[in-house]
Design a protein around this ligand. Structure first.
Ligand code: AMP
Ligand code: FES
Ligand code: ZN
Ligand code: ZN
Length: 313
C-alpha cells in the first residue's frame, strides 16, 4: 500500500463535507480513505466484480472455501455483509500445527458470523498431506491442489450448493498469470478466468477477490477484527509463485497499478482469443470408474492418489 501523507483527509468524507482523516492510501486507485469508507469501498468492489463477471446472485447457495487465511475469511465476511447466502467449507489437510491453528480460526469465525462451516478431514478421506507427500514424487502442494479441488466440488454437490467461491486475490492471480505466461502454458492460460462455469459434473467456481490485492484484504480483515492464520503452510516454502509475487510487488511499488493492468488486460485482450481456440478443441470429460466424479481419464487423479498412498503403507 502506498504512503499516506500526514494529515490527508478521506476522499469520500471530503466530498461529503466531512472531515475524517484518511488511514489508508490506495495509490493505484488514487484514493485516500478513512476506516469506514475503506470497508465500504472494499465491499462495493467485491460486489462490482461479482456483477461484472456474472458470478452469482442472491438466489444462489454459495460455499466459501475457507483456509483460515485472511483472503477467504475476508471474502466470507464481505459476502455475508452484502446479503449473500454463503456458508463455509474447510478441508483439514492434517498438517501438524498449521491445520490445527487454521481450523480453529475458521471455526471461531463461523461462530462469530453465525454461519455453518462444513469440515472435511483429508486423514479420513485419503491420508494427511505429510503422508501423501512421502508417497508421491510430486511436490506436496501439487497433490494438495488436486485434492482441494476434488473435495470442494464433491462436497458442494453433496451438500446442495451450486457455487464454490475461493479467496484467490489479485496478487495470486497476477503471479499465476506471470508464471503461465513465462512458460507459455496455454492450457492453463485458457482456464485462467475468475469464473469457471458449471459443466459435466463440475460446480461453478468463482473468485470474487480477483481485483483485490493481498494488502487490501489484510487491511479489511484487520478493520473487521477478523483473526486469521498469519503464517504460511510449511509445504509452500520455495514455491515459484512466491518469487513471482515478490517480483510483481517490486514493479507495483515503482508503477502503481501494474498488477491490476497486467491481469485485467489479459482478461480483456488475451483471454477471448484463447477461449475461441478452446471451443474448437474441447477435451472429452468422462466419469471416474471408481468414484463417479468427472475426470479426463478413466480413473481420476484422486483415486489414483488413494491407490498410491495405500500401496506405500
Ligand atoms: P491457496 O491455494 O492456499 O492460496 O488458497 C487459495 C484459496 O483456496 C483460498 O483462498 C481458499 O478459498 C481455498 N483454500 C485453501 N486451502 C483451503 C482449505 N484447507 N480448505 C478449504 N479451502 C481452502
Ligand atoms: Fe497444501 Fe500447503 S496448503 S501443501
Ligand atoms: Zn471517509
Ligand atoms: Zn475417482
Amino acid at each position: 500500500m502506498g504512503r499516506l501523507k500526514k494529515g490527508s483527509r478521506c476522499s469520500i468524507c471530503k466530498a461529503k463535507g466531512e472531515k475524517d482523516k484518511a488511514v489508508v492510501f490506495l495509490p493505484h486507485h488514487r484514493l485516500a480513505l478513512c476506516k469506514k469508507h475503506f470497508v465500504e469501498w472494499f465491499e462495493k468492489r467485491v460486489e462490482k466484480t461479482i456483477k461484472e463477471f456474472r458470478m452469482f446472485s442472491k438466489k444462489d447457495k454459495i460455499l466459501v472455501a475457507v483456509s483460515g487465511g485472511k483472503d477467504s475469511l475476508a471474502l466470507w465476511n464481505a459476502l455475508t455483509n452484502l446479503g449473500y447466502e454463503a456458508d463455509g467449507f474447510y478441508i483439514d489437510l492434517g498438517i501438524p500445527e498449521y491445520s490445527e491453528d487454521s481450523k480453529n480460526l475458521a471455526i471461531s469465525f463461523s461462530e462469530k458470523i453465525r454461519r455453518p462451516l462444513h469440515i472435511v478431514s483429508l486423514k479420513e478421506e485419503i491420508a494427511p498431506i505429510p503422508q501423501i507427500d512421502k508417497a508421491t514424487s510430486r511436490p506436496a502442494c501439487s497433490a494438495c491442489g488436486t485434492v482441494k479441488r476434488y473435495y470442494m466440488n464433491r462436497y458442494a454437490k453433496q451438500l446442495g450448493y451450486n457455487i464454490i467461491a475461493t479467496g484467490h486475490n489479485l496478487d495470486d492471480e497476477a503471479a499465476v498469470l506471470f508464471g503461465n505466461t513465462l512458460h507459455w502454458d496455454i492450457d492453463y492460460l485458457k482456464r485462467q478466468y475468475p469464473v469457471l462455469k458449471e459443466e459435466n459434473g463440475f460446480i461453478r467456481k468463482v473468485k470474487p477477490l480477483c481485483k483485490i490485492t493481498e494488502k487490501e484484504s489484510a487491511l479489511y480483515a484487520f478493520f473487521n477484527n477478523i483473526e486469521y492464520i498469519e503464517y504460511e503452510c510449511p509445504f509452500s516454502e520455495g514455491a515459484s509463485s512466491i518469487e513471482y509475487k515478490e517480483l510483481l510487488s517490486q514493479l507495483e511499488e515503482k508503477h502503481p497499478g501494474t498488477k491490476l493492468q497486467f491481469y485485467t488486460n489479459f482478461l480483456k485482450k488475451m483471454y477471448p482469443i484463447l477461449r475461441q481456440h478452446e471451443e474448437k478443441e474441447k477435451k472429452e470429460i468422462k466419469l471416474c470408474k471408481i468414484c463417479g466424479e468427472p475426470s479426463f481419464t478413466d480413473v481420476c487423479s484422486v483415486c489414483k492418489l488413494k491407490e498410491k498412498v495405500k500401496t506405500e503403507v
